[in-house]
Design a protein around this ligand. Structure first.
Ligand code: SAH
Ligand code: F3S
Length: 434
């Protein structure tokens, strides 16, 4: 009889892909099948994120809960970025944990499973030529890694420590994986990396050299593939050729995540982001000139050490000027193994909270204003989710989350939808042309 696997995935899209890979490995080599109930699982895996401090605290309380409800024979594994950075400390603090497997080592899941108290967290382990195994959370779209690790040293970020140095995956592997996905019915692919438009910076062997723009062209030549998305590009590497390809290639979706982090050039320098406020605004202007309808999302950190009122005002100026379609905003959280951890000019917590609330209130008002314009407009939607409330949900080319009443026969198909009701981040519509 098949054994049962319960897996919880926290954090970014790369973690989602790592989980898919572990699910496939465990299924093919160890006959595990997924369950959504931890209490009936033979193996419980938490695939963790360590980008901010809160989820790390939560991990230990969650582990305690799982330990109480699990079957006595069940094993518990901690994988992902927190596994990478805490390593054996996890087993010291939670001795019932059976193994700890770092974000760079997920291919070893079936190996550590059989070793008592295994801890595998090497970051120079090279998985770049390792084609990830086939398991897809969604049959309609496929996540595909194009690089592992990150070579940037943003001073707030723990990811280079947990995921190691950046290596690009050979383009033939990426194209093959995309082609296979399309043959199996996915019409959208999502290219993943910590810094996708730095693709081609380093290969582990003598592979065909190419940059991200060229990779996009190669992937878009796949017949039957209709949509390409990617995350995340870095503003510094948004050259004109990349923006032009983005704007003119009909398969590339009209949505771009451009992580700002801060609008203050002085803070950006402290963060070692490599660009200025002006460069960021220039790239957005270039993008909007060539592709005016592009949905632009961003990440912003408030209250980085040394952030003064004037710096925060710079961020707000960018927010008000760009009018992002979505902002993921965070209070700065000091992380171990980062340069900023040692910065002493910490912003008071009350000030940080105030800035975050202010930013979010302004952004809400911007979105309320934007959402007024959606009603009556038509978008081509790719349906991919049957929701609990009975709606069929999908996304437009420009990344609006749109849902309609309809049957699940719509899943995996495209239709033209007119928006009838609009809210900040979700739209309701009716199909006008199927
Ligand atoms: N390049 C990655 C970034 C990973 S971290 C990507 O493409 O997804 C995701 C976001 O978390 C960052 O863009 C940043 O806004 C936020 N973040 C990272 N470290 C942080 C910290 N120490 N405190 C608060 N937010 C942080
Ligand atoms: Fe982190 Fe900066 Fe890389 S945010 S993942 S170090 S680009």
């Amino acid at each position: 009889m098949a054994k049962k696997l319960f897996i919880e995935t926290l954090g970014c899209a790369m973690n989602v892909r790592d989980s898919e890979h572990m699910i496939a490995e465990l299924n093919q080599k160890e006959n595990y099948e997924l369950t959504t109930r931890a209490n009936e699982a033979d193996l419980i895996v938490i695939n963790t994120c360590s980008v901010r401090e809160k989820p790390v605290h939560k991990l230990f309380s969650e582990l305690g809960v799982f330990n109480k409800l699990k079957k006595p024979s069940a094993k518990i594994g901690v994988t992902g970025c927190t596994a990478s950075h805490l390593g054996e400390e996890i087993i010291k603090r939670a001795p019932y944990v059976n193994f700890v497997l770092g974000a760079r080592n997920v291919s070893k899941i079936t190996e550590v499973l059989h070793r008592n108290k295994a801890v595998e967290t090497q970051i120079n382990y090279d998985e770049s030529e390792f084609a990830f195994k086939e398991f897809r959370s969604s049959p309609y779209k496929s996540f595909i890694n194009i690089s592992i690790g990150c070579d940037k040293q943003c001073t707030f970020c723990i990811v280079p420590h947990t995921r190691g140095e950046e290596i690009s995956i050979p383009s033939n592997l990426i194209v093959d994986e995309a082609r296979r996905s399309v043959e199996r019915g996915a019409r959208e692919i999502f290219l993943l990396g910590q810094n996708v438009n730095n693709y081609g910076r380093r290969f582990s062997g003598n592979h065909k050299k190419m940059n991200f723009t060229q990779l996009l062209r190669e992937v878009s030549a796949i017949e039957g593939l209709e949509r390409i998305r990617f995350t995340s590009p870095h503003p510094l590497h948004m050259d004109d050729a990349f923006i032009e390809e983005f704007a003119t290639n009909p398969k590339i979706c009209n949505s771009m995540h451009i992580p700002l982090q801060s609008g203050s050039t002085a803070i950006l320098q402290q963060m070692k982001r490599g660009y200025s406020k002006e460069w960021f605004l220039d790239r957005v202007a270039r993008l909007r000139a060539l592709a005016p309808e592009t949905f632009i999302s961003t990440d912003i950190i408030v209250a980085f050490p040394g952030e003064r009122d004037v710096d925060f005002q710079d961020t707000m100026e960018v927010v008000e000027q760009v009018k992002f379609d979505q902002i993921f905003s965070f209070k700065y959280s000091p992380r171990p193994h980062t340069e900023a951890e040692h910065y002493t000019d910490v912003v008071e917590s009350a000030v940080a909270s105030e800035r975050l609330s202010h930013l979010q209130a302004i952004q809400d008002a911007i979105l309320d204003e934007k959402s007024r314009h959606y009603v009556g407009r038509r978008y081509r939607v790719y349906f991919e989710e049957l929701r609990q409330d009975g709606y069929i949900a999908g996304r437009s080319d420009n990344n609006l989350a749109i849902r309609v009443q309809g049957s699940d026969a719509l899943l995996g198909t495209f239709a033209e939808v007119e928006i009838t009701q609009s809210a900040r981040l979700s739209q309701i519509g009716e199909i006008v042309v199927a």
